[in-house]
Ligand binder design. Structure first.
Ligand SMILES: *Cc1c(COP(=O)(O)O)cnc(C)c1O
Length: 368
C-alpha cells in the first residue's frame, strides 16, 4: 500500500476502548463514568470519539463550552452532556439542546434560574460546582446557605450533581492538600444533601484522582487524559495506550554545507556539513516554536531527529545527518512508541497541551 505523504493524526479506537476498560477496572461497578471530550477530545475528534464512547455506554460526557456540546448534539449524541464552563448568553441554547450546565457562582445561578423559568422548565438538571482549593471556578463552601435559599425559590431547576475539581491529584507531594480537598467536598456535600432532601450525584476526580484517590471516586468520575492514553505517571502509563499517532513524511532532503544557514532568521548555522529533512508540519499545526533550535524531535526509521532552526508556520527542518532515510519516508512526531509526553517535556510542557494543539487542518484517520 502506498503510504500517505500527508500529515495525519491516526486515532486508534481499540486503544481508546482499552483505556476505558483499564480505568473502569479501578472503579466500583456502581461508579458512573463521565468521559471528558472537551477541546476536540483532547485534540483528536470529539464527534468520532463521543460516538464510539457512547457505544461503550459511558454515562456522561463533559465539554468546556456550549458550542462544543452543540456539535455533539448535532452529530446525534444522546448521552447527557455536562458543560463545564457555560456562559450565561448561551443558557437558552443549553436548555433547547438538553445540555446540563455547571453552575459555579451566585451570578450564574441567578441567570440560569431566570432563563429556565422563562423557558417554563421544571426540574431542569444543573450541576453545582464547589471550589475546594483550585481557586478557578466554583462556589465557596460558605455560599452553601445562599445556594439552598435560591433553590427554594424555584421549581425550574433541580440539582443533578454536586462536584468539585482536584488541583494536584497527580502530585504525590501534594497528598495532604488533596486529602483536604476531599474532606472539604464531603463536608459541603453533606450539608447540601441534608438540606436538599434528595441525593444528587457526587463527583470530584479527574484521571489522576481516579488512579490515586479511590476515596474520591464518589458516584462518578470525570476522565479526560487517561482516555487518550496518559496517566501523569510513568507506571500508570504502562497500562494505558496512547490513542493518537501524529505522522508526516519527508518532503525534501538537503545537504547543508559548513557555514551555511538554515531557515528563517538564519537561526541555524551549520558548523559542519549536515543532511536535513524538511517536513510538512509547522507551528500552525501545533508544533510550538519553542520546539525549534534543537529542543524538539521526531522519529525517522526509529531514530531521533532533532528540529533545527526556527519552526516555520507550515514546516520544520530536522537533522538527519546520521539517519539513513529518503524523501517520502514516514516520520513519527508522537505515538505509542514515541510518547507525546516526552516530546512535550522537551519544552516544559505537558501531554495535554501538545495533544490539544494538533491543528484542525490535520486530517484525522480512525482505525481499530
Ligand atoms: C478537564 C477536566 C477534567 C479531566 O481531567 P483529566 O486530568 O484530563 O482527566 C475533569 N474535570 C474538570 C472540571 C475538567 O476541567
Amino acid at each position: 500500500m502506498l503510504k500517505s505523504q500527508e500529515t495525519i493524526l491516526e486515532i486508534d479506537l481499540s486503544a481508546l476502548k482499552h483505556n476505558v476498560t483499564f480505568i473502569k477496572s479501578k472503579l466500583k461497578s456502581s461508579t458512573k463514568f463521565l468521559a471528558v471530550v472537551k477541546a476536540y477530545a483532547y485534540g483528536s475528534d470529539a464527534v468520532e470519539i463521543a460516538k464510539y464512547l457512547e457505544d461503550l455506554n459511558v454515562d456522561y460526557f463533559a465539554v468546556a463550552y456550549t458550542n462544543e456540546a452543540i456539535s455533539l448534539r448535532d452529530a446525534g449524541i444522546k448521552t447527557p452532556i455536562l458543560v463545564l464552563h457555560p456562559q450565561p448568553e448561551k443558557f437558552k441554547l443549553i436548555i433547547e439542546r438538553c445540555l446540563e450546565p455547571s453552575i459555579y457562582s451566585q451570578r450564574v445561578l441567578n441567570e440560569f434560574i431566570t432563563v429556565a423559568e422563562k423557558q417554563k422548565q421544571y426540574n431542569y438538571p444543573i450541576h453545582i460546582k464547589f471550589n475546594t482549593g483550585l481557586n478557578r471556578l466554583g462556589f465557596a463552601e460558605a455560599e452553601a446557605e445562599t445556594i439552598l435559599n435560591s433553590l427554594k425559590t424555584t421549581e425550574a431547576i433541580k440539582v443533578k450533581s454536586l462536584f468539585s475539581h482536584l488541583a494536584a491529584s497527580e502530585d504525590v507531594n501534594e497528598k495532604d492538600f488533596t486529602l483536604n480537598q476531599i474532606k472539604s467536598f464531603k463536608r459541603i456535600a453533606k450539608k447540601m444533601i441534608d438540606n436538599l432532601g434528595y441525593q444528587p450525584l457526587l463527583h470530584q476526580s479527574n484521571t489522576s484522582g481516579v488512579l490515586n484517590y479511590p476515596e474520591a471516586h464518589f458516584d462518578m468520575v470525570r476522565c479526560g487524559i487517561g482516555l487518550y492514553g496518559f496517566g501523569n505517571n510513568p507506571e500508570i502509563n504502562k497500562n494505558l495506550k496512547p490513542v493518537g499517532t501524529l505522522k508526516t513524511s519527508i518532503s525534501q532532503i538537503h545537504t547543508i554545507k559548513k557555514g551555511d544557514s538554515l531557515g528563517y532568521n538564519r537561526a541555524f548555522i551549520a558548523n559542519e556539513d549536515i543532511k536535513t529533512a524538511t517536513l510538512p508540519i509547522g507551528h500552525a499545526d501545533g508544533i510550538n516554536r519553542l520546539f525549534g533550535n534543537g529542543k524538539g524531535f521526531v522519529f525517522i526509521n526509529n531514530q531521533k531527529a532533532f528540529i533545527i532552526g526556527n519552526v516555520c508556520m507550515d514546516m520544520i527542518m530536522v537533522d538527519v545527518t546520521t539517519i539513513s532515510c529518503k524523501e517520502g519516508d514516514e516520520v513519527i512526531v508522537f505515538g505509542p512508541q514515541h510518547s507525546a509526553e516526552s516530546l512535550a517535556e522537551s519544552i516544559n510542557s505537558i501531554s495535554y497541551e501538545l495533544l490539544t494543539s494538533v491543528s484542525q487542518r490535520i486530517k484525522r484517520v480512525f482505525y481499530r
